[in-house]
Design a protein around this ligand. Structure first.
Ligand code: SF4
Length: 200
């Protein structure tokens, strides 16, 4: 749920961006009409279970050594007023080359590519780290705990940061101006969508 700091300063959660990527109308139904999704499907509920599972399955020291990390902060809640986002970063890694990087643990198997939602989660976490720690961020990591803690690196370019900021701007427009967004382009997502009866 977004937080209104003042009339012009809405802060959204990184999970809102992931909802938007599934379908932009989720943002409208959730934030403008205040209609929640069914509880069992809510991202945050799944996230809570995931956090518990990934703690059980991960050898964090092993991952840290592999990435040449000199220091780390764990489970940090960060807010960016400049970019209107907030979220929890599993680990902020401070690397030997002086840069910092987010590390996100996924209770999942690696399936040949990094999903777009994971990618944007990492990029937005990178924005939070840049602003809060004043460090350069040019990559992030995802640890797939169900693939034997396989760690994948994601290079983050300035264009990636700009794209993520554009998405946040789109979301703010929906929330603050009540703009009704376009439907998802993949209609198969509509089949078991909890909003299908009111979505026109
Ligand atoms: S029914 Fe389809 S377009 Fe409408 S909110 Fe659900 S996924 Fe999006």
């Amino acid at each position: 749920m977004e937080e209104i700091l003042n009339e012009k300063h809405t802060i959204i959660m990184i999970s809102d961006v992931l909802e938007y990527q599934f379908c932009p109308r989720f943002i409208y139904f959730m934030h403008c009409l205040d209609i929640p999704q069914h509880e069992e499907k809510r991202f945050k509920v799944l996230k809570g279970r995931e956090v518990h599972e990934k703690r059980r399955f991960t050898n964090r020291e092993y991952v840290r050594k592999k990435l040449h990390c000199v220091q780390k902060d764990s489970e940090v809640y960060l807010v960016s007023k400049d970019h209107h986002i907030k979220g929890i970063v599993d680990e902020v890694l401070f690397l030997e080359d002086g840069t910092a990087a987010p590390l996100e643990y996924k209770f999942a198997e690696y399936k040949e590519k990094i999903f777009s939602t994971y990618k944007y989660q990492i990029i937005l976490q990178g924005l939070l780290i840049k602003e809060n720690y004043g460090k350069e961020v040019n990559r992030g990591y995802i640890c797939y705990t169900r693939s034997n803690s396989l760690v994948k690196e994601l290079v983050i370019s300035p264009a990636d940061f700009n794209k993520a900021i554009e998405i946040v701007t789109d979301i703010l427009e929906i929330i603050e101006k009540g703009k009704y967004p376009k439907a998802t382009r993949s209609s198969n997502k509509c089949i078991d969508c909890c909003y299908r009866n009111i979505c026109v």
